[in-house]
Design a protein around this ligand. Structure first.
Ligand SMILES: [Ca+2]
Length: 101
């Protein structure tokens, strides 16, 4: 039997993105989408450091509406990835200026 190679770092990151999305999606309905409640639970748990200074709850409502490209009041995996992409791009700027060890 051939040994299955362990996932590379980027493959592991992709698997992690999918696993975290699926952990929150489907808790109160269709398992392939985040409802508003699931989205708030996801963002307040998984991205707490990024929103810790955010005191206005309407900002998260606006964020979900902006991410919900097909306006079905749910975020599918692709729509939720736009948030992750935006955060990664925002973080890359400051990190890219650090010296490489
Ligand atoms: Ca949607």
């Amino acid at each position: 039997m051939a040994k299955v190679p362990s996932p590379k770092e980027m493959e592991w990151c992709i698997e992690s993105l999918i696993a975290v999305f699926q952990k929150y999606a489907g808790k109160d309905g269709y398992s392939y989408n985040l409802s508003k409640t699931e989205f708030l639970n996801f963002i307040n748990t998984e991205l707490a450091a990024f929103i810790k200074n955010q005191k206005d709850p309407s900002v998260l409502d606006c964020m979900m509406k902006k991410l919900d490209l097909n306006s079905d009041r749910q975020l599918d995996f692709q729509e939720s990835l736009n948030l992750i992409r935006d955060i990664a791009v925002a973080c890359h700027g400051p990190f890219s200026k650090l010296p490489i060890p």
